[in-house]
Design a protein around this ligand. Structure first.
Ligand code: FMN
Length: 214
């Protein structure tokens, strides 16, 4: 059994795939991880467009919203603003144990590859790379241009895990939720967070209990 890291930074950016981001947040909180949540203005647009969900702009309102939605424990979830340079994750002296950007836009991937660090998402990712901590990017675009591919190669060479949301079909998924959880399971594995999302290839014994959805 893996031991779960204490603190995970999770960022939503404006790529399609917001159901992945929300499910990842739900599973991290269910796994008792402490979560620092960040999201871009474009992520708010995508959440509204894909899920009819309004993500609060003010960090305190956002924390209250998600804490209630996913029954977070007091103090378990903190939301930081876009330019909150006083957040711990803005500095290499206090990074989280791991970070995921899910979904990750090509814009944010390019900005991190270019070292811009122009907002807290980009800076926190920059810190993870320089401190050699796990950074998982879940990029979504199709087709991919040579610019996208070069940026992702650069990021992989700098230590990031490029984890496209590409669910396998060998488990005979019966629903969109199962397709989503296939990807979330792989992300949690990379973050080192224990989970029981679906059976593992070659595993014997009963199917593990599912993490219920809110
Ligand atoms: C509904 C919607 C879907 C989008 N899907 C994608 C996508 O799949 N991949 C991508 O790279 N950009 C996508 N974009 C464009 C990005 O949101 C845009 O490039 C934005 O500047 C990214 O900013 P961010 O990285 O700060 O979130 C989408 C935008 C909208 C409104």
């Amino acid at each position: 059994m893996m031991s779960s890291p204490r603190t995970i930074t999770l960022a939503f950016t404006g790529a399609s795939g917001m159901p992945y981001g929300l499910r990842l947040l739900e599973c991290l909180l269910a796994a008792d991880a402490r979560v620092y949540l960040l999201y871009s203005p474009a992520a708010q647009v995508v959440a509204r467009q894909e899920l009819d969900l309004t993500l609060p702009t003010q960090p305190h309102a956002a924390a209250a919203f998600f804490a209630e939605r996913y029954r977070a424990k007091p103090g378990q979830l903190t939301v930081f603003g876009r330019e909150d340079w006083l957040a711990p994750i803005a500095s290499g002296s206090n990074p989280s144990d791991a970070m995921a950007i899910c979904p990750c836009s090509m814009g944010t991937a390019g900005a991190i590859a270019g070292g811009l660090a122009d907002n807290l998402i980009e800076r926190a990712a920059d810190v993870m790379l320089k401190e050699r901590r796990p950074l998982v990017l879940v990029p979504r675009e199709t087709p991919l241009s040579a610019i996208h591919l070069e940026n992702m190669l650069k990021l992989a060479r700098a230590g990031a895990v490029i984890l496209p949301p590409s669910p396998g079909f060998y488990g005979h998924p019966q629903s969109i939720d199962e397709l989503i959880d296939f990807v979330i399971a792989r992300i949690l594995d990379q973050l080192g967070v224990s989970h029981a999302l679906g059976p593992r290839w070659g595993a014997v014994g009963p199917r593990p209990p599912f993490i219920q959805r809110a």
